[in-house]
Design a protein. Structure first.
Length: 273
């Protein structure tokens, strides 16, 4: 509580702070260390299933950019110029990191996480036994659950400002197909599947194919198989097709999607994983 109060006070003075503001930097660096070790997180689900944002933690991240100057970073033959250092000590954390992958300090990787050549930004949380596949990106503050597969080229959007903005949430056991884009605080429910190339954000309606009803905007409910689609709309200038996300299958609650069965479902609708 005391640390939270100090961070809030420093944030109210952010325009006056510099890298020489030692007391502020000490508090902020402590929060980043706690983020890095998983002792605090930017956001989480409460018992009712709502996303709770810990605004003060995100304020600490924003303060960090103010309190650090650009520094040269060397990683083998590569040279970088940045304000934030990279994550280290993967063996102790029980995380497999393939050459070409990187994660910023202040992100949390749970035991059993596998990073193929990919990127995880500060403030992100990645749950146990999750695979971040080749060229996938986990943006700042995104919350990724346990046993999730982010397939090749997936883009999980990040959000830092405003400090109370809800980040992207991918719940446990979800599968996000190749080249999907999940951004702007969108959410994929537990055990759900997004077919390849699906774009999900709060402006995209999610529609139940069985009823034609719009079930949400930017939120695929638990245990659904959903794909990118279009729906016809009439405008003064003519007839156009606007994007939507279509739920084509409901899985049994708690059912772990079988890859072969999943491919059959998607193939029937002309979609790949």
């Amino acid at each position: 509580m005391e640390l939270e109060a100090r961070i809030s006070r420093w944030f109210s003075q952010i325009s006056e702070l510099t890298p020489e503001s030692v007391d502020a930097r000490r508090d902020v660096e402590l929060v980043i260390t706690k983020l890095d070790d998983g002792q605090v997180r930017v956001a989480e689900l409460d018992p009712a299933g709502s996303v709770v944002v810990h605004e003060w933690v995100k304020q600490a991240i924003l303060l960090l950019f103010r309190l650090r100057a650009l520094e040269r970073l060397d990683a083998g033959p590569f040279e970088y110029l940045d304000k934030l250092d990279l994550k280290h000590d993967f063996e102790r954390r029980g995380v497999r990191v393939v050459p070409g992958a990187s994660a910023r300090r202040g992100s949390f990787l749970s035991p059993g996480v596998i990073l193929m050549p990919s990127y995880v930004n500060i403030g992100a949380w990645v749950g146990p036994n999750t695979m971040v596949d080749t060229w996938a990106t986990v943006g700042s503050c995104a919350q990724i659950g346990a046993n999730v597969h982010l397939a090749g080229g997936v883009g999980i959007g990040g959000v830092l400002e405003p400090a109370n903005a809800v980040p992207v949430v991918i719940e446990d056991d979800a599968f996000i197909g190749s080249r999907c884009m999940v951004t702007e605080g969108a959410r994929v429910g537990r055990g759900s599947v997004l077919g390849a190339g699906t774009i999900l954000n709060p402006s995209i309606p999610v529609i139940d194919a069985a009823t034609g009803a719009e079930v949400s905007r930017g939120h695929v409910p638990d245990y659904c198989v959903a794909v990118m689609a279009q729906r016809r709309r009439e405008f003064a200038g003519g007839e156009f097709f606007l994007p939507c996300v279509l739920i084509i299958q409901r899985l049994s609650e708690g059912e772990r999607h079988d890859k072969v069965a999943l491919n059959d479902i998607l193939r029937d609708h002309g979609v790949a994983t």
